[in-house]
Design a protein around this ligand. Sequence first.
Ligand code: N01
Length: 503
Amino acid sequence: MSLPVTDTSAGDTTRRIDTLIIGSGFAGLGAAIKLSRAGKEFLVLERADEVGGTWRDNTYPGAACDVPSNLYSYSFALNPGWTRSFSPQPEIQAYITSVADKYDVRRRTIFGCDVQDARWNENTHRWDVRSTHGDFSAKNLVSAVGALCEPALPDIAGIERFGGEIFHSARWNHDADLAGKRVAVIGTGASAIQIVPAIAGRVAHLDVYQRTAPWVLPRADREYTKAEKFAFRRIPGFQRLSRTLQYLMRETQVVGLTKAPVFMKPLELAARIQIRRGISDRALRRKVTPNFAIGCKRMLISNNYYPALDRPNVDLVTDGIAEVTADGIVTKDGTTREVDAIVVATGFHVTDSPMFAGIFGKDGRSLADVFDESGMQGYKGTTIAGFPNLFFLVGPNTGLGHTSMVYMIESQLNYLVDAIDTIDRHRIGTVEVRREIQDDYNRDLQHAMKNSVWNNGGCASWYLDKHGNNTTLWPGFTFEFRRITKQFDLEAYRTVAEADLTS
Ligand code: N01
């Protein structure tokens, strides 16, 4: 493979590169394409052997998107080939790999390359990056590892003693045949509610361990008609128009989530009707009815989750888990349920990703230390005081509960490409967001969040960090984020000219 290496000093195996991108999911791949189009030099490091990120890793039975297909593609690479209104995982992964091929991104990617750490070097004013494929020195570092890349395993006593099959939803063991087995699923989040209906019919018995009942809305999933498929391919602008309409409809939810919770009432009613229709047993209905405001946690969508719970071979267990033994799970009421396999669908390290411990900024402090002290804060979701020339895609407060992350990612990509272009045009050596500007930005964000359902809905969720701040979600309309990231606002940054670094 020939890599786009600018300079390798004799005897020094460190590879120098303008921009190093870590990760090749929607964010990293998009960054590579946009930088390539802008004529910038870059390299992608990907720890797996394929692009796709979370859509490559989450291959569990039933894995599918809970955002409409037409919103789930890059604006510059619409996919007229979607077969359903909500796409299954294999179709999304196929879309991502086809985009990587179309834009020839693999040529500039090192696969199987695990980044060990990245340190800002105050002498060279560059990022020193150590990886399983050697060392790199990068002027700009783009973290595109995503928020849902590190599975969170539950801290349950004895879990390591379990003698059967046990795996996380995001690391599904396809060699483990669950047919005819006694299986436990721990968790009732977005992943679990897709897994449960997908496996309930083929396992002998299924125990679903619910700590908090989620709100589950109907899933308006259907196969696209022949006419729609034809229109997507052949009628110019049709898919883009339908995408715009869906986008606008989803944006109206922001009002209910952040401003007027009364607008969420129709959704709550739809969810309650689902429970009544899907579950025949009154006691079970009570167990699955959430005790917090809808929207406080991510709203889930499924048409077959409740009917799956209603099956005779499925039990919903709501007594807390006390411990795991070699052959089963013991709940706090003392009951033991023996199982052959446990599926751990307990989510991801979002606000406490292990990756944060491996990125060291100006004064040698890691992102983990900084976030631990002040919460996961940044500026426009992308840059962080104390970490010059670091661009963080899917960074603080860029997540969404109501529409497509790809829209947010593309907004960040506009900002990133304009930042790197500005750096190059003005011959800037380093840019670092001014701390006071970052603080003001976060004060405003938290203020906007004050009356939101996420903060006041009466639930615990991974949206909130240990300080009780919502550092994951964007609280406004997504077009507001698009507007503020349209151009790199150099005045918000402390800069050092290239000439001043070398003199
Ligand atoms: O994870 P989660 P997920 N004992 O964190 C429970 C995206 N996604 O993988 O609610 C017992 O949402 C926990 O209980 P509680 C989407 O953004 C998207 O399901 O904390 N239970 C919860 O029920 C989503 O938000 C798609 O009380 C324990 C569950 O485990 C994100 O991924 C599809 C426990 C974790 O739910 C994560 O979803 C799938 C313990 N010790 C996922 N610890 C799309 O379609 C945790 N739990 C786009």
